[in-house]
Design a protein. Structure first.
Length: 116
């Protein structure tokens, strides 16, 4: 498997100053997919609010956590905010155990992240 095939994005909207941009990620957010996920999310750094819907993520590791942290820092540096949604099972446990929730908002679903 090539790294670019490890992660897929859907429902990507062009960022605007007022809009909430929701990106649904699917696949693996581990060493195989973290680089590609980060690349795809970094292009949204100018958006005011970016929500990464991780409901379709089947596996994640520390590389994925670090990639999302770098994206969050970049989005914040551009005056925006990153939130995560849809985490479940082992993926949710990884983000909880890593302390990520203390740094980035994590909501059950994208709609909840929009309202927060």
């Amino acid at each position: 498997m090539q790294y670019r095939d490890a992660i897929r994005t859907t429902a990507v909207a062009e960022p605007t100053d007022e809009a909430v941009t929701i990106v649904a990620l699917a696949g693996r957010l581990d060493a195989a997919g973290a680089v590609e996920a980060e690349r795809r999310l970094m292009v949204l750094a100018g958006a005011r609010r970016v929500i990464a819907d991780l409901a379709g993520i089947t596996a994640a590791d520390a590389a994925g956590v670090r990639a999302l942290l770098r994206v969050a820092k970049r989005v914040e540096a551009e005056g925006g905010r990153l939130a995560l949604a849809g985490l479940a099972g082992a993926v949710a446990a990884l983000f909880e155990e890593s302390g990520f929730a203390a740094v980035i908002a994590i909501q059950p679903a994208p709609g909840d992240a929009c309202a927060a």
